[in-house]
Structure formats: structure tokens, C-alpha cells
Design a protein around this ligand. Structure first.
Ligand code: SF4
Ligand code: MG
Length: 316
């Protein structure tokens, strides 16, 4: 069994003045060692909250999380130091994720010291230089402060810091969306190489479907706190089946006109995660909605080619 991360019926609800926000509403998912999983969905669908809950940066409302076979569900944000060593994370904005008063050396040495990865200053320096080189930077960058670095360099430092603890899985939440396209490509290549060199598993989150298409071997499509379709990237891009996936992919320019999807799929407003629609929560926007869709929530079930879909059109 190659499963590295197993999530069972994970829920994260928040209280708000208008009611309960169901940001993550019963997601189950398995990630295998070596996967590059890509989670897609419109902004506000709960992607980031889902990942922050897995990382135990916030506590879940319900459900289980297993890392390999260990139940980490009961870890909380105070007892999760152990997780910081096995699960790395890189966030969207390198400008806010680096401490402006810390040099690159201090930024990267901190996790090395906390997790006792290196034994002395010499070891620490050697390790930092190795990490910087793996991100296409030089030893001389060690003494720089964030304001002396470009956006792309800052993000490479944030990645080097995430890799410093030798994690098994790295979560990348929109890691390149704040950067120029040319810088994006470079960083994605460095990430790909780091994955090979370090035997990593990646979990990307992005609203950029083309990016996910390029980097991932498996994808999950999230809508209003739920997973609506998940499986091999290639199969889902060749033939998106869930009406929401079709609509989402439709909003991306398709170079091959033969693969053009139906027009005007994602009509209507995104409903609120506070008091979401009954039945299939996509029904107010779905052109194929039938009466059962308004009453019964479709379960995420396996389809013939191995993917999972939550839609009454495919449930037998
Ligand atoms: Fe559309 Fe019904 Fe499928 Fe939901 S279950 S996506 S409303 S067809
Ligand atoms: Mg987000």
C-alpha cells in the first residue's frame, strides 16, 4: 500500500453571524507516494481551508486524517510540530511568508534547528547552501534580507525553507500565481527537479487549470466544500464528466477545437457556503439538473475508468 495521506469525510465548519459556513463538507481522498495531486476549483470553494485543515493549521470539525497509517486527526495546532517535519508548505505570497527582519540564513536555519536536522553551524551552512543551489540560488544569497530579493527569489527561499526539514509531502497553495509567467515556469521546473531528487509527493492547489494540467498526475475538482470529480489528470482533461468540471474547463481557452465543451456552462452566481443548496449543491447552476438533484445529494462513486464522480447523471 502506497498511500501516504488518507482523508475520511473531513469537515470544517465555521460559525458566522449569518449561519454555519460549510467550508469543507465531507471530503474523502487518498494521495499516493510520488503523486503530484492538483486540487482545482473556483476561489472560495474551500481549497485553502481544506489544506490548512489537513496541515492542522486549523482544527477540523469532523472526519479523520491519516498520514501513512497514523491517525493525525487529534493533533492540534499546538501539538503539530511533528507534522511540520513531514508535511511542508509553500504559500501564494512570498512577500508575506518571509520575515522581513530575517536573513535568508536565519529563515532557513530556523526549521533546521527546531527539528534538529543539522548538528552544528557548519552542517547548517552546508545544508543551506545545498538547498539554495537546488533552487537555482547561490551561497551569497544567505546574507540577504527579503527586501534585497525579487519575488521569484523570495518564493525560491520559501520553497528551500519548506524542503529544509526533508518533508515527505509538500503542499503548494498557488505557489506561482503572484509571479511573472517566465518566473513561474522556472520555479515549476525547479520544483519538479526537487521532487525527483528528494522522492517527494506534491499537493498543489490552484485556480489555474492549465498549471494543474501540466504539473499533476491526479486531480481533484472541488465545488462548495465538496469533491465532485477526482482521478487521473489525463483522463479527466480528455473527458471531463461532472457538469461542474466541464464548466470549469470550459472557462479555460482550449487549443484543440474538437475538444470544445458546451457553451455557457457556469451560469449564475456561486452560491454561498452558508446554507448551501440542498441535494446536489451545484443544481442551481447545472444545465442538466433533474428533480432528484434538488432533493438527494449525489455520493462520490467510482466510474468505469477508475475516476470518482458525484453526480446523478452517472449514478446507477
Ligand atoms: Fe447537475 Fe444533478 Fe449532476 Fe448535480 S447531480 S451536477 S445538478 S446533473
Ligand atoms: Mg485560496
Amino acid at each position: 500500500n502506497n498511500t501516504i495521506l488518507k482523508i475520511e469525510n473531513l469537515k470544517k465548519y465555521f460559525k458566522s453571524t449569518k449561519g454555519i459556513v460549510k467550508a469543507v463538507d465531507g471530503i474523502s481522498l487518498e494521495i499516493e507516494k510520488g503523486d503530484t495531486f492538483g486540487l482545482v476549483g473556483e476561489s472560495g470553494c474551500g481549497k485553502s481551508t481544506f489544506v490548512r485543515t489537513i496541515l492542522k493549521l486549523i482544527n477540523q470539525t469532523d472526519g479523520k486524517i491519516f498520514f501513512r497509517n497514523e491517525d493525525i486527526s487529534s493533533f492540534d495546532k499546538n501539538t503539530s510540530r511533528k507534522l511540520r517535519k513531514i508535511m511542508g508548505m509553500v504559500f501564494q505570497n512570498p512577500h508575506s511568508s518571509l520575515n522581513p527582519r530575517m536573513t535568508v540564513y536565519d529563515t532557513i536555519s530556523r526549521p533546521l534547528l527546531i527539528h534538529k536536522i543539522t548538528k552544528n553551524k557548519r552542517d547548517t551552512t552546508i545544508k543551506i547552501v545545498e538547498l539554495l543551489k537546488s533552487m537555482g540560488l547561490q551561497a551569497e544569497h544567505m546574507i540577504r534580507f527579503p527586501h534585497e530579493l525579487s519575488g521569484g527569489q523570495k518564493q525560491r527561499i520559501a520553497i528551500a525553507r519548506a524542503l529544509a526539514v526533508e518533508p515527505e509531502i509538500v503542499f503548494l497553495d498557488e505557489p506561482t500565481s503572484a509571479l511573472d509567467v517566465s518566473v513561474q515556469t522556472k520555479i515549476l521546473k525547479l520544483l519538479e527537479q526537487a521532487k525527483k531528487d528528494r522522492d517527494l509527493t506534491y499537493f498543489y492547489i490552484s485556480h489555474d487549470i492549465n498549471l494543474i494540467r501540466v504539473v499533476s498526475n491526479k486531480i481533484g475538482v472541488m465545488y462548495l466544500g465538496k469533491m465532485v470529480e477526482t482521478g487521473q489528470t489525463q483522463k479527466i482533461f480528455e473527458k471531463p464528466l461532472h457538469p461542474y468540471t466541464q464548466g470549469l474547463f470550459k472557462s479555460v481557452p482550449e487549443p484543440d477545437p474538437d475538444k470544445k465543451l458546451p457553451e455557457d456552462m457556469l451560469t449564475g452566481e456561486v452560491p454561498s457556503p452558508i446554507n448551501p443548496p440542498n441535494g446536489c449543491n451545484f443544481h442551481p447552476r447545472c444545465p442538466y439538473a433533474k428533480s432528484i438533484c434538488k432533493e438527494k445529494e449525489p455520493e462520490l462513486k467510482s466510474y468505469e475508468d477508475g475516476r470518482l464522480i458525484a453526480c446523478h447523471l452517472y449514478l446507477k
